[in-house]
Structure formats: C-alpha cells, structure tokens
Design a protein. Sequence first.
Length: 194
Amino acid sequence: MMLVLSAVIGYLLGSIPFGVLASRLGGRDILLEGSGNPGATNALRILGPGWAAAVLVGDALKAVLAAYLGLRLGGIAASAVAGSFAALGHAYSVFLRGRGGKVVASSLGLLAFWDWHVLIPAVIVFLLVVAATRLVALGSLLGALAAAVAASVWPLPLSLRLAIYFLFVLIVWRHRPNIARMAKGDEHRLGQRG
C-alpha cells in the first residue's frame, strides 16, 4: 500500500510544471516558444539564466521531495518508487495533459538525494560534453549513461539501482527528437540564436 501511495505522491509532485509557472510569471508561454519544452534549457533560451536556474531548482526539488516522502512512508524501496514516478510525472504531467520535460533536472535531484557517488560522474560527463560540443541533449544523454554505469558499479540497494536505470531509459526516450536532430546535424547548440 505504501508503494502505491508513494507512486501517487511522486507522480503528482513530479507533474508540477515549474517551467510553465516561471514563464507565466515572466510574461511568456514556454510551451509556445523555443523548443516548446517546459524544462530549464528552454527556460534559459526564452527567459534567461535567472528563470532557468529557478526552473532547474524547482524541477530538482520536487523530485527530491517525492523521494524523501517515499522514504518516510516506506523506506528505500518506496523512495525509489516515488522518485521514479516523480520523473514520470515530470515527463507526462497531468497538469499539462500529458506534456512535460526531458527529466534531466528531476533526475539530478534524485541522484543527489539517493547517492552522490552516482551523481558526480553524471555531472562531470554532462559538463565535459556540453563544454566540448555545446549540445545539452548530448550531455544529458551521456550523463545519464554515466549515472547508469556508476549505479552498476557502486554498491546500491537494488531498488535504487533499478530506479536509476529507469531514469536513464526515460531520459533517452524523452530525447528521441533531439537524437534525430543530432543525427542530421540540426540540433540547437547552447548559446545559438534562433
């Protein structure tokens, strides 16, 4: 029962669209501008670094709160379930009729909450790839892969390891359009106008 409750709480918290809320406060509509994605990267593109940072923090903290509440309700397994469903809610928000973000910020929050040993390789790979290519999507994908590899090596409870694998698969799934654009050489680069 606690796992089901953790899943529901996680999904509802994850569904909170901080990017949409920030864009409305900023007098814009993030769903209609830029990539149309309600995440921090598009917020940076259309709202600037301040709002983008707020969206990043909000998306990370809602997942952390979900994982924390799951932990309090039913231990590590419930935390893994709540965090996974928070990521799912972020990707397919009930408040946006199934639309959502790419799950990267939420995943960062979850990795930080669950085990920083998995977070650090993911962040390092992300930063190195983005610095070298200016492709946030590529950095996100390879950072998620680094987290999955680290989770395989570092001693973690099975429930957390499976949750991190789930995050990796979800991030890849949500980046399908980016992968297609990168294959064509059309992916938007960080700092690029238009």
